[in-house]
Design a protein around this ligand. Sequence first.
Ligand SMILES: C[S@@+](CC[C@H](N)C(=O)[O-])C[C@H]1O[C@@H](n2cnc3c(N)ncnc32)[C@H](O)[C@@H]1O
Length: 461
Amino acid sequence: MGSKENTENVVMELGRDLIHELFPRERQLIPNLSDVYELELAFYENLILSDEELIKNAAYFSQIRGEYTNHFLMCTGEPLKLPEFSSSRLKSFFEKNIFRTGYATHGLFPYRGKFHPQMVKGLMNVMGLKPGDTVLDPMMGSGTVLVEASLMGIRSMGIDASPFCRFMTQTKLDALSMSLVRAKGALTNYEDVFAYFQKRVGEPNSVKKISSNPTSKNSMFIMEETQEYTAMKDRRELTKGERETLDTYNLLLLSYLDSVGYAERSTRKTPLDQFRHILERYLFVTEKIQIVLAGLGVELAPAKVLEGDAKMLLLKDNSIEGIIFSPPYSFAIDYLANDSFHLNFMGVDSAALRERMIGLRGRNLLEKYQFYREDMSKVLSECARVLKPGRFCTIVIGTNNNQLGKVLGVSPDEVKGLHEVLIDMSVTCGFKPIKMMSRPITGISNTMRREYILILQKKIH
Ligand SMILES: C[S@@+](CC[C@H](N)C(=O)[O-])C[C@H]1O[C@@H](n2cnc3c(N)ncnc32)[C@H](O)[C@@H]1O
């Protein structure tokens, strides 16, 4: 071939558009998809879902045959409101991530190691989960899987060893549908609300001053009225008025706890101002999603939130249609130290809880790593037991090779990554690895740069 034809050929090939080669024109992608794993998930959603399913539940499409998808509408209702004093770096992070993390009640409380909600939505689609199925997250943390499943019409169950996670998840779920009248009233009165919590819960930077009462199971619900409800009744038995009081109380309390954490990290504003801004933001995002859900006629699926141990699931064999979770990345984050203020205030006996927490058990890092492997093998075997045969379990795990290398006394390159360790264990437990994708970790203060998405199938025989 002559050089002229050669260059013409190059020009012709470069004129082709990768996205249009991969996706039909009538299915338009969400703007700003830039990571390879996102394109992969979009690619599988495109293969697996019908037009109607894409409109209702797709994570990576904005329009199907000219009709906006629910995800697009949930995210764009209005841009996310951040406190005025947020740094420009934080603002641009959230603006870029509106389709990924900045929607529904996912932004309430900045829990370390939180899932990426849009990815969870995409994964549930790729795992073949449909409305009416049940998905389990045995280490739910802040409840991203449950909130997302609820929006998609998928039933869910979440478990965490930490009572604070149970509270946070339940509050984020309730915020999707609670009445906001009283919480808005509280905003006009925010000084009094702040003073109330300051007195009952404790002040920022004063963890040591707060008294702990490990015997009081209900110390979370200190407001006299709410304490009565929770002590006496199952949540489902509450009257509409009682429910409204409890929901309002919990949303205000979560905002207060959020502002305490913020005040400990930053001194740019007084704690009182931080509380007002955080409460304003909570009300803003909550109202926004409620308006969109009402407009779309979305019926939220039920979600069960439990405190428990992923090593001993109180569930029947072969009873669940899908599992998604992200375990602690070995001993990388001390969840109890991070949440010490909230746990202390809740009257939790941290020493006893530490013994149940995966990644925290052990006297030194080497022992912690050994216990971690032991514990994770139990978790995987429980997941294999409760999952229906042929169904999928997805694990998201980062790898702390640098830390592990030091502990094991070898170079980081020689360390077997946690994702590989978990794959080996999962095979022993009766899973077949189907797919592995990797994604960059974009969180502002993360030291790990990459995590892995492992899709495992429970063997049929
Ligand atoms: C990486 S975080 C999960 C974050 C979650 N995916 C989210 O979106 O917020 C891991 C969670 O495992 C929980 N955990 C640790 N040990 C546990 C156990 N034995 N049983 C259940 N949960 C446990 C921790 O409390 C923590 O919330």
